[in-house]
Design a binder for this molecule. Sequence first.
Ligand SMILES: [Zn+2]
Length: 258
Amino acid sequence: MYNQNFYYKIQENLLQSLEIIKSKIIFWWILNIKTQTLTVSRKPAIVFAPHQDDETLGCGGLIALKHELETPIKVVFLTDGQKSHLHIKPEELIQIRKQEAVNALKILGIASSDIYFLDYMDGSLMQLSKEERYRMINQLAQLLQSFQPDEVYLPHRKDKHNDHQATYDLVQAAFIESKVQVEVFEYPIWLFWNDDTQLFEFNLQEMDDSYNLCIKSVYNKKQRAIKAYHSQCQIFPSSFLRQFFIPREIFFKRPIQN
Ligand SMILES: [Zn+2]
C-alpha cells in the first residue's frame, strides 16, 4: 500500500512537472515563433483591467507607446482589489492599490482623469447578483458609448483567474449593449503561468491570431510602472513576474465586435 501511494505521488509530480514545462514551451513558442508583429496604432483605446496591476503587466508597453503617439486612451478597473492582502484592512488596501494605479499609469503617461475605478468587490465578478451584473454591463456600455474607442484591450478569455474570465464576459456583454464596433485584443496575465495548483488547460487553436508588440523603446517605463505596484510586487511569485520583465507584449486579436 505504502509503495503504491509512493509511486502514485511520483507519477503525479512528474505529470505536474511536464505540464509546467509544456506551458513554458508554449509561452516561448508564442513569443518567438507563432506570433505576428503588432504595430501600435493611433486608434483610441480602452484597457479594461480586473485589478490594479493587470493593465500595466499586460499592456504597460502598449499604453506608453500609444501615449507617445498622443493617442487617447482610458483605463477602467472593474474591482477594488481589496482581497490581495489578508493582513491589511480592505478600506486601506483599496486606497493603497488605487494610489499605486495612479502612480503606475502616470509613469506610462495616463492622467488620473483618464482612469476609472468601478469598485466592485475584488473576487466577486463571477458571483455578481443579477442586478449588479446588469449595473456593471450598463456602466461598461456607457463608457464604450461615450468614449467610442476603436480598440479594446481585455484579459484573455481563458486567463486563469475568475475575475479575469468574468471581465472578459462582462465586456463582451457591454459590446452587445453599447453596439460599438471595436477591434478586440486579449492580453494574457495568468494564462501561461503554471504552478502545482494551476495547470495549463487550453488548446493550441486558442493561440491563433497571436501578436507580438515590441516595447523596447518604453521598456524602462514599463519596468518602473510595475515596480510602482509595491503591494503587488511583494506577493507575486518571481517566476510569475519574470514573464512581464521582457521587452515584448503578447496580444490575441479577435474579430471586430458589433
Ligand atoms: Zn488581476
